[in-house]
Design a binder for this molecule. Structure first.
Ligand code: GLY
Ligand code: MN
Ligand code: MN
Length: 453
């Protein structure tokens, strides 16, 4: 059971109908009159037998109309100079609803969602064929729903054959996701509020976990606290939680979460929740004993210095990879000072330099409706320049896995894995750390760990 502070009231804002309509219109303005835009849902996916994974719709569908139900397709077309959105949905079905839950259905979609018309998904094939007659370019991203892909492809093939006879019909299929990604990359004030809430809840969940941690606890039990706190706040995880103790903290995407934290090692938890589709992504690393050993403290301080310097580099006008270069430089300087790297700074930072042995990933990624959010990092081959409204993670780390056979790790540093990750909104006034409620200073962590007793 969590205390009162563990519940954080959700914001009063949500994405309005106006905002959805504005997103749609912004996209339509980039299209041609004879385009047909198709946005498909993710398919439901079997876990085993007749049990399915919890369903989450495709982020482009969420972005354009907020529709969460499975078996849905959004189609937009232009007629008489105006764009019309048609949503194909699962129709109401009392028997299915008794078993699996209420459905908005066709009537609900038309009344409460920002679309112009709704039909049963059972009519998709027939209506799609008619819509294809009237378009010249189909905008459809293949690869996320094989059933809809095959429907679109076969309709396209037969219609483009008929084009020879009728003189009209589709000529090409193009992927529209790059255009939508470009829009999703810049967050609106409401999106930022939703992300801030996910970040606050995730920060609180990390704090609750640190407070309850004790030597002898299982990684899975720490996972239960952190995810329990997400659920306490009505949220779910944005990606499977990583809870690694000791050597497991040196495995970047460790997911087994089944070891006991039974010594004086570091616990690395990379976990974040999702609110209204928007993700938070936080990593904290701290000693299960409640006190950093001297080697742990030394490595932690290097990573923390690198992270703070990288956050300071998240400013309007900087290249998206400036925080990465900054973090790498501070990490290399720190490791040289500790005698772990015996090369010069330039050598350590080179492609074949020693830093890569201990720091082998990038320093951040866009975050939004997807934890690894969309947005081209190098448009036209040049590094993206940061703009106000972009949100990026900053997550340097150092990993000294003694289990590895590609490096020699001295006993002093063996088994230390540290990553510190925050989510940073770029603003005209400078970096705004959405996850700032989650402590990361050594003293603050030591004061929190195990303090729930
Ligand atoms: N949680 C995955 C990542 O940090 O990218
Ligand atoms: Mn991340
Ligand atoms: Mn992460």
């Amino acid at each position: 059971m969590f205390g009162e502070e563990a519940y954080i009231a959700p914001p009063s804002v949500s994405i309005s109908e106006n905002e959805y309509r504005l997103r749609q219109q912004t996209l339509f303005k980039q299209l041609n009159e004879n385009d047909l835009l198709i946005i498909v849902c993710n398919p439901e996916s079997a876990r085993s037998g007749d049990v399915e994974y919890p369903y989450r719709n495709n982020s482009d569908m969420l972005y354009l109309c907020g529709w969460k139900d499975p078996s849905s397709v959004l189609i937009a077309s232009n007629s008489n100079g105006g764009w019309k959105t048609v949503l194909f949905v699962q129709p109401r079905n009392i028997l299915m609803e008794i078993w699996h839950g209420r459905r908005p259905g066709i009537e609900g979609a038309e009344e409460f969602w920002p679309i112009d018309e709704a039909h049963s998904i059972d009519e998709l094939q027939e209506r799609l064929a008619a819509m294809l007659d009237e378009c010249t370019r189909v905008l459809h991203r293949t690869g996320s729903n094989a059933v809809v892909d095959s429907m679109v492809n076969s309709a396209f093939e037969s219609k483009s054959r008929a084009r020879q006879l009728l003189g009209k019909g589709p000529i090409s299929i193009e992927d529209p996701s790059g255009r939508i990604a470009e829009m999703r990359l810049r967050k609106s004030p409401t999106e930022i509020e939703l992300m801030r809430h996910a970040s606050k809840v995730s920060s609180r969940a990390h704090i609750e976990t640190m407070r309850s941690a004790k030597p002898g606890v299982g990684e899975w039990q720490l996972q239960a606290i952190i995810e329990g706190c997400f659920m306490w706040n009505g949220q779910s995880w944005a990606y499977p939680s990583i809870v690694g103790y000791g050597e497991n903290a040196t495995i970047l995407h460790y997911h087994a979460n089944n070891a006991v934290c039974d010594g004086d090692g570091i616990v690395l938890i990379d976990a974040g929740s999702e609110y209204e589709g928007y993700a938070a992504d936080i990593t904290r690393s701290w000693p299960i004993s409640g006190e950093f050993t001297e080697p742990q403290k030394a490595i932690y301080q290097v990573v923390l210095d690198a992270q703070k310097a990288a956050i300071a580099a998240c400013v309007v006008g900087a290249a998206y990879n400036e925080p990465h270069f900054t973090a790498r430089r501070v990490l290399a300087e720190g490791l040289i000072k500790l005698g772990i790297i015996e090369e010069s700074l330039d050598e350590a930072l080179a492609d074949d330099g020693e830093l890569n042995k201990w720091y082998m990933h990038n320093t951040g990624h866009w975050i939004g409706l997807d934890v690894h959010d969309v947005g081209i990092y190098r448009p036209n081959g040049e590094p993206r320049v940061l703009e106000a409204g972009m949100v990026i993670t900053v997550e340097p780390g150092l990993y000294f896995g003694a289990w590895r056979d590609d490096v020699e790790v001295s006993e002093k540093w063996a088994g230390i894995g540290i990553r510190i990750e925050d989510d940073v909104l770029v603003t005209a006034e400078g970096p705004d750390v959405l996850t700032a409620d989650c402590p990361k200073e050594i003293g603050d962590l030591e004061a929190l760990i195990g303090c729930a007793d």
